[in-house]
Design a binder for this molecule. Structure first.
Ligand code: ZN
Length: 191
């Protein structure tokens, strides 16, 4: 069992959440599984993931940590790693894909390093290899998180003088969108 699931359930849950069985999420499931085996029981674990790609979804499927509840933070370091840590003491465990170990699994290594096309290495073959490798390709080490460990608290709310929408008062006199950071323009309403 991985993260309390059979192999079939694991792949099914990935497909349901992510849209398709991405190899990175399968590896991510093993990473989360390692983390929860090593974390002390009853610890309130937050997690920092070191890439925007794939891995955040593995965490959201296989752990209680999500972007929305604030227990998952995403750093854009573009590394295939994550660190689960006690939200109070910040002590925890970092898990990463270990290239040295992955060398013993050529398909996984070549896929991870972008050295093989999808045509030459079909997804089913790769995923089967990842399932077989399990946590063989992972390493972990204890860490203390020294940045980004605090949960963000919601501050005071005010109403923007321009758009009349509520926003976080810490943004200033008017909301960030009205300060020029807006991302849209008004389109004509449908008749
Ligand atoms: Zn505004």
């Amino acid at each position: 069992m991985i993260c309390g699931r059979t192999h079939e359930e694991l792949l099914r849950d990935i497909k349901n959440f992510h849209g398709y069985v991405a190899p990175g999420l399968v590896i991510g499931a093993f990473m989360v599984d390692v983390a929860y085996r090593l974390l002390e029981k009853n610890v309130e674990a937050d997690v920092i993931v070191e890439t925007k790609h794939c891995l955040p979804d593995a965490i959201q499927i296989f752990s209680p940590c999500t972007v929305g509840n604030g227990w998952l933070k995403i750093l854009d370091l573009d590394k295939f790693a994550m660190a689960f840590h006690d939200r109070h003491t910040h002590a925890g465990i970092r898990i990463w894909l270990d290239l040295k170990k992955a060398e013993a699994h050529p398909n996984i290594y070549k896929w991870f390093m972008g050295q093989v096309s999808k045509k030459d290495l079909p997804s089913e073959v790769l995923v089967a290899d990842i399932m077989k490798a399990g946590d063989d390709i992972l390493s972990h080490a204890p860490v203390v998180v020294i940045k980004n460990a605090q949960r963000e608290k919601k501050g005071a709310i005010r109403v923007c003088d321009r758009c009349r929408e509520a926003y976080s008062a810490s943004q200033g006199e008017i909301c960030l969108a009205c300060q020029g950071l807006g991302y849209y323009m008004q389109a004509a309403a449908n008749a």
